[in-house]
Write a protein that binds this ligand. Sequence first.
Ligand code: NAD
Ligand code: DAU
Length: 344
Amino acid sequence: MALHIRRVLVTGGAGFIGSAFVRQRLKSDQEIAITVLDKLTYAGSEENLAELRDDRRLRFVKGDICDPSTVDELAKDVDAIVNFAAESHVDRSLLDPGAFVQTDVYGTYVLLEAARKHRHQRFLQVSTDEVYGYVKDGRSKESDGLAPRSPYSATKAGGEMLVQAYHASFGLPTLITRGANTYGPYQFPEKIIPLFITNALQNLPLPIYGNGSAVRDYLHVDDHVSGIARILWKGEPGGAYNIATGTEVSGVEVADTILKLCQKPSSLKHFVKDRPGHDYRYALDTRKLRPLGWEPALRFADGLRVTVEWYKRNEAWWRTRKSEDFWQYYRANYKGLPANAVPD
Ligand code: NAD
Ligand code: DAU
């Protein structure tokens, strides 16, 4: 049967990557209608979709993916679900794993049930390279086994297992994307890049875990969401697809580049206690995705430069997020910080 996906339920569409997906799809596809379902946790905000306020193709609903009646009501009127909704920060998963089990596993089950009942054409689960665990050498292929090591990555792997089971057991046309560490505008300032940019702009220390040698493959959010769209429309149901650039950058390199772009001294670098169970490297093989016609458009140096510019121009956006609650989390996560590490 030919794919005819016109109405899409985007869960978690008020968060960082979900909102970028919504902005990009509405800009590039005049036929599409999107319903966003988002609980608006600390990480989500309608402000992230503000530029689309007058677009009648977008509907926003505040609600929880763990609530079957809300999900069912919205799922009956769409052709596909793209699930971005998740608790997404590794460090918070070490402080409160239960919230991750609830949304990333149980919430995925609720969405899968609705997709099955309403015979959706596609169910796309946005997952992560972290499900492969720490990869010392070589690159992870989609056929490799999963070996998650943090509560966050374990619950993302749990969500994936349910998705695969719904494909095998019920024939649901599912897709899984495993994206690399993503950065860009509207990212909550708890993740390394927005945290380091905004701390630099506030003249606060940049807390580098351990000796800063852990590497990530930093993927610009516009490239990540264009990959997700390719996979939604062209991917083989039942399959998983890696999305990454193939480059590796260490934590110290991230800090040095940001300090240079913000014209701040390297004395702001501050080495702190390592993240427990720190995965020092992920690396993805993207040969399965390339034939679908995707490749990253932004090199890290350029992507980081435009991202720093965005945070400089949008100070009110990130200052609101660095609230009293944020600094409470910060003190709990980064123990033993010097007095000058948080604002007065
Ligand atoms: P985010 O934390 O910025 O956004 C998550 C969104 O989900 C928020 O808007 C939040 O309000 C919403 N949400 C949380 N729980 C919900 C619930 N129970 N019901 C409805 N909405 C809920 O996260 P992000 O960085 O945009 O990540 C989006 C997805 O991409 C996640 O599934 C994450 O695992 C995955 N991912 C993230 C990255 C990355 O580097 N950020 C990389 C690969 C994959
Ligand atoms: O790889 C995909 C994953 O990328 C996503 O699934 C997650 O949702 C997303 O949060 C991200 O996880 P990471 O753990 O890679 O991102 P984070 O920004 O937390 O950390 C990136 C690296 O930087 C990691 O090696 C830890 C280090 N780090 C992080 C923070 C927050 C620091 O050195 N200091 C910090 O303060």
